[in-house]
Write a protein that binds this ligand. Structure first.
Ligand SMILES: Cc1cc2nc3c(=O)[nH]c(=O)nc-3n(C[C@H](O)[C@H](O)[C@H](O)COP(=O)(O)OP(=O)(O)OC[C@H]3O[C@@H](n4cnc5c(N)ncnc54)[C@H](O)[C@@H]3O)c2cc1C
Length: 412
C-alpha cells in the first residue's frame, strides 16, 4: 500500500532504488525507524538496468534464491566478440550469473523492507537537505500535489542514484562527469542465433566507444540489448550495433525493439568521501559501481548493509557526527578498495586498446586456453581477488604478461 504521510523517523533514505530499499530493510531489521522517499509513483519503474548479477554474490547478501518470476534466466557462458568477428567463449562449469527483472527485484526488496517496518513515501521528490550547525538534519520534500514539507530525522542516507544532485549540499563532491558513460537498454524480440545460456559481449569503437555492447537472452525468447558510450548518441550506436556489427547484426538485424530506456553509468570508482555530519552516501550516488563492467547492484547493496550497521551503531551512541560515520567508509574500503583499484586499471586498459588490439587480445585468450583456466570460477564481482586466485595458473600468467605488454604498447 502506498503511504503518503511521513511519520516521525530516525533515518531518512533518499531514493527507493535497490540500494535505498536494501538499506531500509537492514535498518528496519535493526529496529531503526526508517522512511524512504521515492520520486516515482512505483518502485522499480522506469527500469533502466540489464539486471545481470552474480548468483554467488546475491546468495552471500541473502537475496538468492529469489521468488519465481524475478529470475529471467541463468548463464554458464559468455561470448566476447571483436569488431572483426573474432570470438572468445568462456564456458563455466555451472550457472554463475543470472538476469533479473529489475522492476520485480526492486519491489521484492522494498516489500521485505516494508514487512520489516520501513515506511515508503512515493511520488515525493527530495528537493534539498536541511542543514543546521554543520549537520544534515532532514530534507525538504515536494509531493506530487506540489505541496512542500520539511521532514526531520537523526540521519539521512542518500541513495538518489547517479544524478547525485544532493551530495554537494552535504559538502561532498558530486560524481566526476569524466567517469560517466551514457547507456541505452532495449528489450527486443525476434533474435536469431543466440544460445539461451550465453551472454553476448560486443566490442568496437564504432559501436560502443569507451565501453561495450551486450545481449542478454531471456527464456521467453526475447532479449535485453544495450550498450554504453563515452561520446555521441547511444541510440545511434545501438542502431549501428544492431545493423552493422558483423556478429550482432546477424542476431539482431531483424529484431524488433519493444521498449527502450536511457541512463548514465558511473565508472570512475568510489567517490573520495561518502560521509558528513548526519549524512551518508550509498550506491550509484557514491559511485559504488564496478568500473570494468558498470555493474552497481551488488556493491551498492553490500555498502548499503555496511551503512545500515554503522548508522545503527551511531544512533545507539547518540552521535551521528562525521567522526563516527566515517567508519562506514573505512569498512567499505577495507572490503572493496583492492577490487576497485584492479577494476579501474582494467577499465583504463580496455579504454586504451584499439579495435585491432582487442581483436588480438581475444585471439590470445583463445590460444592460451584462458577459458580453461577460468572454468571453475564462480565469483565475478570481486575481480581483484579473482585475479589473485587465478594468477597461479600458467596460462593466466602468460596471458597477464601479454596484456601488460599490450597495455604498455597502447600507452607509450
Ligand atoms: C543500461 C544500464 C544497464 C545496467 N546493467 C546493470 C547490470 O546488468 N548489473 C548491475 O549490477 N548493474 C547494472 N547497471 C547499474 C545499476 O542499474 C545501478 O548500479 C543500480 O541501479 C544502482 O542502484 P541505486 O539504488 O544506487 O540507484 P537507482 O537504481 O538509480 O535508484 C535511485 C532511486 O532514487 C530515486 N531518486 C533520485 N533522486 C531523487 C530525489 N531527489 N527524491 C526522491 N527520489 C529520488 C530515483 O527515482 C530512483 O528510484 C546498469 C545501469 C544501466 C544504466
Amino acid at each position: 500500500m502506498i503511504t503518503h504521510t511521513a511519520k516521525p523517523t530516525d533515518a531518512i533514505i533518499i531514493g527507493g532504488g535497490p540500494v535505498g530499499s536494501y538499506a531500509a530493510l537492514n535498518l528496519a531489521k535493526l529496529g531503526v525507524k526508517v522512511t524512504v522517499f521515492e520520486e516515482h509513483p512505483e518502485i522499480g519503474l522506469p527500469s533502466h538496468c540489464a539486471g545481470h548479477l552474480s548468483i554467488r554474490s546475491l546468495r552471500n547478501i541473502g537475496l538468492y534464491p529469489l521468488p519465481k518470476g524475478i529470475v529471467e534466466n541463468t548463464f554458464t557462458t559468455a561470448n566476447f566478440y571483436s569488431p572483426y568477428r573474432t570470438k572468445f567463449s568462456l564456458h563455466l562449469s555451472r550457472p554463475v550469473t543470472t538476469a533479473l527483472n529489475r522492476a520485480l527485484f526492486d519491489n521484492y526488496i522494498a516489500d521485505q523492507a516494508k514487512a520489516a517496518g520501513a515506511q515508503f513515501v512515493l511520488e515525493t521528490r527530495v528537493q534539498s537537505l536541511i542543514k543546521a550547525n554543520g549537520f544534515v538534519k532532514g530534507i525538504n520534500i515536494q509531493r506530487n500535489d506540489q505541496k512542500e514539507e520539511e521532514v526531520y530525522s537523526k540521519v539521512t542516507l542518500d541513495a538518489e542514484g547517479v544524478s547525485s544532485r544532493l551530495l554537494r549540499q552535504a559538502g561532498l563532491t558530486a560524481l566526476n562527469p569524466k567517469g560517466l558513460v551514457y547507456a541505452v537498454e532495449a528489450e527486443v524480440e525476434n533474435v536469431k542465433d543466440v544460445e539461451s545460456n550465453a551472454v553476448e559481449v560486443y566490442f568496437g569503437k564504432a559501436y560502443a566507444p569507451g565501453f561495450y555492447g551486450w545481449l542478454i537472452p531471456k527464456l521467453d525468447g526475447t532479449a535485453k540489448v544495450g550498450l554504453a558510450t563515452n561520446k555521441g548518441n547511444p541510440h545511434e550506436f545501438l542502431r549501428a550495433l544492431m545493423t552493422k556489427h558483423p556478429v550482432a547484426s546477424k542476431q539482431l538485424g531483424k529484431a524488433k525493439i519493444i521498449k527502450m530506456g536511457y541512463h548514465s553509468i558511473t565508472l570512475g570508482g568510489p567517490i573520495e568521501k561518502t560521509y558528513a555530519n548526519g549524512f551518508l552516501a550509498i550506491g550509484d550516488c557514491a559511485s559504488q559501481v564496478k568500473p570494468s563492467t558498470g555493474g552497481g547492484v551488488i556493491f551498492g547493496l553490500t555498502c548499503a548493509k555496511i551503512a545500515s550497521q554503522t548508522v545503527n551503531e551511531a544512533l545507539q551512541k547518540g552521535d551521528v557526527s562525521a567522526e563516527i560515520l566515517r567508519i562506514y567508509q573505512k569498512r567499505c574500503s577495507d572490503l572493496l578498495n583492492f577490487d576497485f583499484s584492479v577494476m579501474l586499471r582494467l577499465r583504463s586498459f580496455l579504454d586504451s586498446l584499439s579495435d585491432e588490439k582487442v581483436d588480438q587480445m581475444l585471439r590470445v585468450c583463445r590460444k592460451l586456453g584462458v577459458d580453461k583456466a577460468l572454468n571453475d570460477v564462480d565469483e565475478i564481482d570481486f575481480q581483484g581477488k579473482l585475479m589473485l586466485k587465478i594468477l597461479g595458473k600458467p596460462s593466466m600468467l602468460t596471458a597477464m604478461a601479454y596484456f601488460a605488454l599490450l597495455y604498455l604498447s597502447a600507452k607509450p
